[in-house]
Design a protein around this ligand. Structure first.
Ligand code: ZN
Ligand code: ZN
Length: 210
């Protein structure tokens, strides 16, 4: 059988990509040059370069007020650097804000509208996580972390926040529903089994190692 595969590929050599071309050098400089990115809120960031000049990048509209972008319309190294830092988790993404985890204190990024207290990914309690009740010392299993806050969840005549056993805990804390350990606790299984679960302010529960 005769091969129809071309024996010459000269066309691929006519316009080699230049590693030193303008696009590549912007990408390289975005990574290699010292720049400090400061989140301003929304989708806006200041990029401070050597010498102290700051350029403002808006990621939503893809603009930067530096000459390279303003006059040449280029996707400048500042725009690229902000995108790199957002992807790497060094600065909050648009719509997020800086926060500190209310449990371990680690810095984390949360939705800009999320009220304090907030919890990092590690300290957000998932179904099945074991926790220790700081008041009674009991070990319980998490059923779910609710989005509702202690001041808004009713328990009998009280709310989780005003319940006497929760005195001293943050009324704005998220509410965690927990039960005495059961394999695979989910709201549905608990209802089926008639297992009683309890509502706690998150701060009352100490996470046990997974
Ligand atoms: Zn720029
Ligand atoms: Zn944490």
């Amino acid at each position: 059988m005769v091969s129809t595969k071309p024996t010459s590929t000269t066309h691929s050599r006519l316009a080699p990509l230049s590693p030193g071309g303008p696009t590549d050098s912007r990408a390289a400089r975005a990574r290699s040059e010292p720049m400090a990115v400061v989140a301003l809120g929304g989708a806006r960031y200041d990029v401070v370069v050597r010498g102290g000049t700051a350029y403002t990048v808006d990621l939503d509209v893809g603009t930067c007020d530096c000459p390279d972008h303003t006059y040449r319309g280029r996707r400048c190294k500042h725009l690229r650097r902000v995108a790199i830092d957002v992807t790497a988790g060094r600065v909050p993404a648009p719509g997020e804000r800086d926060a500190a985890c209310a449990d371990c204190g680690a810095p984390c990024f949360v939705a800009a509208a999320a009220p304090d207290p907030v919890y990092c990914e590690d300290c957000t309690l998932d179904p099945g996580d074991l926790v220790r009740d700081r008041e009674r010392g009991d070990v319980l299993a998490v059923v779910e972390t609710m989005s509702a806050r202690a001041r808004d969840v009713a328990v009998g005549d009280h709310t989780v926040a005003t319940h006497p056993t929760n005195d001293g805990y943050d009324p704005d804390d998220v509410v965690v529903e927990a039960c005495y350990p059961l394999r695979d606790p989910t709201p549905q299984r608990l209802r089926e089994r008639g297992v009683r679960s309890y509502a706690f302010p998150r701060g009352r529960l100490a996470r046990l190692p997974r």
